[in-house]
Design a protein around this ligand. Sequence first.
Ligand code: ADP
Ligand code: MG
Length: 258
Amino acid sequence: MANPKTSTIPLVSDDETNVIRIEDLRKSFGDHEVLRGVNANVKTGEVVCVIGPSGSGKSTLLRCINGLESITSGNIWLGGFNLSDEKVDLNEVRKHVGMVFQHFNLFPNMTVAENITLAPTQVKKYSQDRARTEALELLRRVGLEEKADARPASLSGGQKQRVAIARALAMNPEIMLFDEATSALDPEMVGEVLGVIRSLADEGMTMVLVTHEMGFAREVADRVAFIDAGVIQEYGPPEQIFSNPTSDRLKDFLSKVL
Ligand code: ADP
Ligand code: MG
């Protein structure tokens, strides 16, 4: 897959390995402390799956990583950008980070191609022609080239989510975040979306995925983070997390989901 470099400065220089560094991250909503001291690194090209019970802070963590939520205390570095620095340009940071949501969030009044070309034309100032050419290439990658001029409403859930992935990729992000990207899909459509995510992993994309697909996490993740009560309780290779869990919390969680 051709992945032309963006005009923005790359997140990491060649001698850095951790493209994401999270240090004692805390996030409160009012007096409810949702993230209570999260520490984690993600290496360039690594696929990290985040698992854990509902309400444990998984979505909040992802939203902090791309600056959708302000940080209460602690630090998140994306390459050389420190998100806790109030002078950081969040629009610049977000050019490097693509996000895919459970409910697709496509713009219903635009065609599939228009959904994909919007950010490149608005933010990167690409011409319509160039943005359209790249959109068609992205749609080919996710197997939906023939849907370029369709409206989102005419697509299945799996197709919508593949368009949402293409849209996120259109900004040439160096990091992709997925928040339960398959949870809203009918079971027969989960595979087609996981297939696209797997191909991104094979191409070396750095990814953080919140997922309930334990089989997928076991197969595709380089490391799995188990988060519970706002803290990463265990973080390691899938064999360790799934076959040798150490904490009672993780053992209990796995007994319910496996
Ligand atoms: P998960 O994704 O693991 O299910 P979330 O990160 O969505 O968990 O939520 C963790 C906790 O934070 C929940 O108790 C939720 O109600 C709370 N929370 C999340 N977002 C907000 C918000 N914008 N305002 C107030 N509370 C929130
Ligand atoms: Mg969530």
